[in-house]
Each structure stands twice: as structure tokens, then as C-alpha cells.
Design a binder for this molecule. Structure first.
Ligand code: NDP
Ligand code: 8X3
Length: 258
């Protein structure tokens, strides 16, 4: 019989708490009695979380791409939120699905700035304090796109491959410190992800999920909650999950004209 951690002992700091996987995870932990530091840019969404959970939620308005602001915000959290022991570096996005030779450089830069730079800022601003306390957990939202290529995935998949390797290297450094590291690698999950990817084109976003039962933010939140609730002598290094209707494509063979 495994004794799972008491969620009331957890304080979750989550980036991208305003939508999708991050918002669902904030709610999953808060519903179980954890404290939440909810980080994101959209103030109204953060206010909704605060209104739902009251004093158990502390909100921080922050652009994850701003290193100085991230450091400043994490260093100045009020007690008891300053004793966070789970950091979910989840904020991220895909922009566009064009092939590499047609993609916009601005989109590539935004993905690198958010999914790589923003993520390492979150880690560097939070990990030293958790190592000092001898207790913590860093959880990432990677992606199946970091494991498998697909047309148009170019830089987005590259950023998620970075997350996968960074998570493993971070664990190589942190094993034995009391701070755990987990990479959650979801596949098809219906959130605002595709609306963002297709710049608000609802038709294009809906088409991604049409005729399927995609995973939901809540499905992924449950995986985060599971990894974080395991007893402290266990580290789940990665969880990969796909929708039941999502499989693999064959290799594409580009043939010469007949
Ligand atoms: P959503 O678009 O619903 O949520 C994305 C979140 O990231 C929002 O809360 C958004 O907050 C935040 N965010 C984006 N840019 C910034 C920024 N510069 N600063 C701060 N916050 C930012 O999509 P998901 O919930 O699906 O995405 C969450 C993570 O899951 C991403 O890393 C994504 O790559 C990953 N993922 C998603 C999958 C899917 O199929 N949905 C599958 C695999 C991985 P705000 O705009 O308010 O700041
Ligand atoms: C999101 C999943 O397959 O759209 O990371 O790239 S996918």
C-alpha cells in the first residue's frame, strides 16, 4: 500500500494558469486543498481563480519571457506562498503550422522566447530556494511533439525536444537534493492551444479536434497531480499520454514524378 502525499502539504506555483492545462491543474490542486501561486498574463482569468478559491490562491501577473520580472516576482512572494514545493513550468505555445521555408521568423522567435527562455527563467528563479529547503518538484509541460516529428512542427517540436532533454539534465543535477523533476508529454489535448496556433481562426482550430475525443486540460492535470502526489522517494521522470484516437503516420516517401 502506497501512502500518497497529502495535497494540503503542497503549494503549487503554475505558469500559464489562465487557460487550458495550467488552469485545470491549478483547480485540481486547489480542489484537493493545496495552495496555489497562479502565474499568467491575463488578469481577468487569474481573478476568476482567486474568486473561486480565496485565500488559498495568490496571483502573479507576469510575462514568462521577462527574466528580471520573473526573478523579482518569485523572490517577493508573500508567506506562506513563498514556500512553494511544486513548480509547474507550463506556459507555452505553438504559432503556425507552415513548413520551415514558409514560417514566420517572428513566430519562431516567440516560441523560443516562451517555450525555452521563459521555461528556464521559471526554473532558475525557483529551483535554488527549493534546493535550499530540501524539498520540491519541477514539472514541465513537454509534448509528443518533442519526441516525434510532424510536418509544420519545426520550431515548436524543437522547443519541446529542448524541454525533454532539459528535464533529464535538470534531474541529473537535482537527484538527491529532495527536488524532483517530471516532464509531462501530452498529445492531442483540446484547450486554447489551437486557437493560439491558428491566430484565432476557430474553424482551423475546431478541425484539429473534429470527430475525435481529444484529451482535456483536466486529463493532463490529473497526471500532474499523480506525479506530484507520489511519496517523496519516488520520482516520475516522464509521462507521455495520447488521445485514444491519435496514432502515428507512416514515413513519407517523396517520389520522383513518373
Ligand atoms: P492554452 O493556450 O490553453 O494555454 C497556454 C497558457 O500559456 C496560457 O495560460 C497562457 O497565458 C500561457 N502563456 C503563453 N505565453 C505566455 C507568456 N509569454 N507569458 C506567460 N504566460 C504565457 O494551451 P495549453 O493549456 O494546451 O498549453 C499549455 C502547455 O501545454 C504549453 O506549453 C503547450 O505547448 C503544451 N502542450 C499542449 C498540448 C495541446 O494539445 N493542447 C499538447 C502538448 C503540450 P496568458 O496568455 O494568459 O499569459
Ligand atoms: C501539442 C501537441 O501534436 O499538436 O504539443 O504538437 S501537437
Amino acid at each position: 500500500m502506497v501512502t500518497m502525499l497529502d495535497p494540503k502539504t503542497l503549494t503549487l506555483l503554475v505558469t500559464g494558469a489562465t487557460s487550458g492545462i495550467g488552469a485545470a491543474t491549478a483547480r485540481r490542486f486547489a480542489d484537493a486543498g493545496a495552495r496555489i501561486v497562479a502565474v499568467g498574463r491575463r488578469e481577468d482569468r487569474l481573478a476568476e481563480l482567486k474568486a473561486a478559491y480565496g485565500e488559498r490562491v495568490h496571483t502573479v501577473i507576469l510575462d514568462a519571457r521577462d527574466w528580471a520580472a520573473t526573478q523579482q516576482a518569485f523572490e517577493n512572494l508573500p508567506a506562506p506562498f513563498d514556500a512553494y514545493n511544486v513548480v509547474f513550468a507550463n506556459a507555452g505555445l505553438a504559432l503556425g503550422l507552415e513548413p520551415a521555408h514558409e514560417a514566420k521568423m517572428e513566430d519562431w522567435q516567440t516560441m523560443v522566447d516562451t517555450n525555452i527562455n521563459g521555461l528556464i527563467y521559471t526554473v532558475r528563479a525557483s529551483v535554488p530556494a527549493m534546493v535550499k529547503r530540501g524539498e520540491g518538484h519541477v514539472v514541465f509541460t513537454g509534448s509528443v511533439a518533442g519526441d516525434y516529428p510532424y510536418p509544420g512542427g519545426n520550431v515548436y517540436g524543437g522547443t519541446k525536444a529542448f524541454v525533454k532533454q532539459f528535464a533529464l539534465n535538470l534531474w541529473a543535477d537535482l537527484a538527491g537534493t529532495g527536488v524532483r523533476v517530471t516532464n509531462i508529454e501530452p498529445g492531442l489535448t483540446e484547450t486554447e492551444f489551437s486557437m493560439v496556433r491558428f491566430a484565432g481562426d476557430k474553424g482551423a482550430a475546431d478541425k484539429v479536434y473534429a470527430g475525435t475525443a481529444p484529451m482535456t486540460g483536466e486529463d493532463i492535470a490529473e497526471q500532474v497531480f499523480f506525479a506530484c502526489s507520489m511519496p517523496r522517494h519516488v520520482n516520475i521522470t516522464r509521462i507521455q499520454a495520447m488521445a485514444g484516437q491519435q496514432g502515428f503516420g507512416p514515413f513519407a516517401i517523396k517520389r520522383n514524378p513518373a
